[in-house]
Design a binder for this molecule. Structure first.
Ligand code: F6P
Length: 251
């Protein structure tokens, strides 16, 4: 059992000015979000560990009652009777994997995501900065507002409206959503491989790409998904697809 949390960085100076791309620091509101995020994840870890523990207890009870008194015993007896309390020790190893072993935080290599995780206790969280999580690169439109792009490059603006997924920004290194999907493949492979929970602190296009992968959202919808700042998405892998929980920062 684990959760893959996805959130965008706190509000940056560029967000506040309506500029895309760049490598700006957090605005004061963004710093507030960073502090709240650390508190929220600390609390969620405890709650989630308790949920997992409760699940394990239920499983252990189920296993124990299956081999002795039958599956109809009252669930309360698990916590109130010493005889059931030792049951987890006899659980098969496949069930023991429900215990949460670890927790990592992955950010991009842009200041606004690294500053968003500054309030996490480094002794309790392993933090990795990953270049592939950087925001979609807008080539020669980096640092512009959407209005400036529409005014200075009307054809480009129009082309992006018509096919946002395949549209690639002009200029050296300019990317499309299709490019971003390819760039994120290694990150997704690693996310699938590891067994523990991860918080990804990243950017709008990245959050869209990651969530559309985990929630099976078609690429035709993905570039227009509404993922505002200040939301945290938690994907919990389940046997038949992922379960999504959403939390909103209450400033
Ligand atoms: O405005 C914030 C931002 O993360 C930009 O840096 C980025 O270019 C943009 O959002 C991506 O969103 P969209 O693809 O809708 O322009």
């Amino acid at each position: 059992s684990r959760v893959i949390y996805v959130t965008r960085h706190g509000e940056s100076e560029d967000n506040a000015a309506g500029r895309i791309g760049g490598d700006a620091s957090l605005a004061p509101n963004g710093t507030k979000y960073a502090k709240a995020l650390a508190r929220f994840i600390d609390r969620r870890r405890i709650e989630f560990a308790a949920e997992v523990e409760e699940n394990n207890r239920r499983l252990a009870h189920f296993m124990a009652s299956g081999s002795s008194s039958g599956a109809n015993s009252e669930p309360e007896s698990v916590t109130s009777h010493g005889s059931h309390a030792s049951a987890p020790c006899s659980m098969p190893s496949s069930l023991r994997s429900h215990v949460q072993p670890d927790f990592e935080i992955w950010t991009s290599m842009l200041k606004r995501t690294m500053e968003t995780v500054e309030y996490f206790d480094p002794l309790r969280y392993r933090i990795k900065n990953i270049r592939s999580l950087n925001e979609i690169y807008a080539g020669k439109c980096e640092g512009m507002t959407y209005e400036e792009i529409a005014r200075e490059y009307p054809d480009e603006y129009e082309a992006r409206q018509l096919d946002k997924f395949y549209y690639r920004y002009p200029g050296i290194g300019g990317e499309s959503y299709a490019d971003v999907v390819l760039r994120l493949q290694q990150v997704i492979v690693e996310l699938e491989r590891i067994r523990h929970s991860v918080l990804l602190v990243t950017h709008r296009a990245m959050a869209r790409t990651l969530l559309s992968y985990f929630m099976d959202i078609p690429t035709t919808h993905m570039p227009d998904m509404d993922l505002p700042l200040g939301f945290i998405y938690g994907c919990e892998p389940q046997p038949f697809g992922n379960f999504l929980r959403v939390w909103q920062y209450d400033s």
